[in-house]
Design a protein around this ligand. Structure first.
Ligand code: UD1
Ligand code: CA
Length: 456
């Protein structure tokens, strides 16, 4: 397919009322990213040289998402919903520019793989004017049927127009279509809305092409891949399919998943070799994990970079901006955010490390908290190399702790601590001989007096 220019038109105009949501359907997420983003990513991976996204009127949110993913994408508005061919023609300006191939994709079909898009394009390079994507449906009701004569696609018949015999066909139209750039605009302009729905059907281009003596073909995909999402139930089904794919890819890439079905990835999760992921771990977007990392059970990661040899959890939460250098240890009930922990740092228990830089080899004891926020602004905590922070210490930012310094247990550190010094910031202990027993006697007497009064 190399050398052939490709215009991809993504139909993203559907509101998806069955989702019962304030959000337009195509902004709902699968594996951490919006459906329209998945489709645009597949289009790019399939070699798109130009992208056009067709949105409904006033859908600035969908347009913004499209531009965020594909800054060069042209956003077109379909002002009235008059059918799939009419939707494609909303991108008329893009279609008027020369392209060898045109692909029409649906933004609510997020699982389509680049390989399948290449297979759908392939007939165009062999001279076809139109190629449709079919799948074998268990229940074909509601779908357009691909009417084949041998390997040739002769027509696509919509359910409403199908004869009883045609309705028995279970080779169905996924909706995605490839059109030769040279013919696309003329074919689309020839579509009429004389059918039971009064819509301009994209599927009509097959018969129009054949009437002009042009070749048409079909490619095939699995039903899982072309399943459209129209409801929250189908959204969950798409999520399950994509998670299964991501788990298999992780394991095939050298990751041990102890209980794969309990681990959830984002579409962009990057994992090295000999990584072990224990049960019940969730990867949000933007996580990159190098070789030989161990992620113990019940961790949640997002926007985090883990270098090789790192170990986290169980029950660790890594938030965006976390960078853990080689061999860092993060233990149970530790949260990190916007923090860079240099090589070998240990934060083993019950801590919050936010907006911090921690130098190589430092050890933050149980319950160390960086107090990074005063309710209005965020402040940084700078910790040098080989610092030891005793348990249950609060480091009130902005604050700097110099290399080799030692912070006594239970300190509230509000002033900078110079390198190699010892800082203790807590009330001094007072111990009074015999006074414990005195206190008990007094308290017991008071209680007894109270109870006697109650009896009177
Ligand atoms: C379409 C196909 C059908 C196929 C099915 C697969 C046509 C005529 N029919 O039918 O053969 O089996 O998809 O799901 O193409 N859209 C717009 N603007 C419109 C109409 C539709 O943007 O005016 C978008 C929708 O948001 C959706 C896609 O096009 O993403 C398909 O539209 P939909 O109404 O669901 O088509 P179907 O009737 O299901
Ligand atoms: Ca549909």
């Amino acid at each position: 397919m190399s050398g052939r220019s490709l215009l991809v038109i993504v139909l993203a105009a559907g509101e998806g009322t069955r989702m019962k949501s304030r959000l337009p359907k195509v902004l709902h997420k699968v594996a951490g990213f919006s459906m329209v983003r998945h489709v645009l990513a597949a289009a790019n991976a399939a070699g798109a040289t130009r992208l056009a996204v067709v949105v409904g009127p006033g859908r600035e949110d969908v347009a913004a998402e499209a531009r965020a993913v594909a800054p060069g994408a042209e956003v077109c508005v379909q002002t009235e919903r008059l059918g799939t061919a009419h939707a494609v023609l909303a991108a008329r300006a893009a279609l008027a520019q020369p392209a060898d191939d045109v692909l029409v994709l649906y933004a609510d079909t997020p699982l389509v793989r680049p390989e399948t898009l290449l297979a759908l394009r392939a007939p165009l390079a062999a001279g076809a004017a139109v190629a449709a994507l079919g799948f074998q449906a268990e229940d074909p009701t509601g779908y357009g049927r691909l009417i084949m004569e041998g390997d040739e696609l002769v027509a696509i018949r919509e359910e409403k127009e199908a004869t009883p015999t045609e309705k028995t066909i279970d080779f169905c139209n996924a909706g995605l279509m490839a059109l030769s750039g040279a013919h696309a605009l003329a074919l689309l302009d020839a579509v009429r809305n004389e059918n039971s729905k009064g819509e301009y059907y994209l599927t009509d281009v097959v018969e129009i092409a054949r009437d002009q003596g042009l070749a048409t073909a079909a490619a095939q995909a699995s039903v899982e891949e072309v399943a459209g999402v129209n409801s929250r139930v189908q959204l969950a089904e798409a999520e399950a399919i994509l998670q299964r794919r991501l788990r298999v890819a992780a394991m095939e890439g050298g990751v041990t998943l102890v209980a794969p079905e309990t681990v959830f990835f984002s579409a962009d999760t990057k994992l090295g070799r000999d990584v072990v992921v224990e049960p019940h771990v969730v990867f949000g977007p933007g996580v990159s994990v190098a070789d030989d990392v161990v992620i113990h059970a019940f961790c949640h990661l997002e926007g985090a970079t883990l270098e090789s040899g790192v170990s986290i959890g169980p029950y660790a939460r890594l938030r965006p901006g976390t960078r853990l250098e080689r061999d860092v240890r993060i233990g149970n009930f530790v949260e990190t955010k916007a923090s860079h922990l240099e090589r070998g740092v240990k934060v083993n228990h019950l801590s919050y490390v936010g907006d911090a830089h921690v130098g190589e080899g430092s050890n933050l004891g149980a319950g160390t908290i960086t107090c990074n926020y005063d309710g209005y602004s965020k402040f940084k905590t700078q910790i040098g190399a080989n610092v030891f922070v005793g348990v249950h210490s609060a480091l009130v930012a902005p604050v700097t702790i110099g290399a080799g310094a030692y912070v006594g247990t239970g300190s509230v550190i509000t002033d900078d601590v110079p390198a190699d010094s010892l800082a203790i910031a807590r009330g001094r202990q007072v111990t009074k001989d015999g006074r414990g027993a005195d206190l008990r006697a007094r308290l017991a007497a008071a209680k007894a007096a109270q109870t006697d009064k109650g009896k009177v």
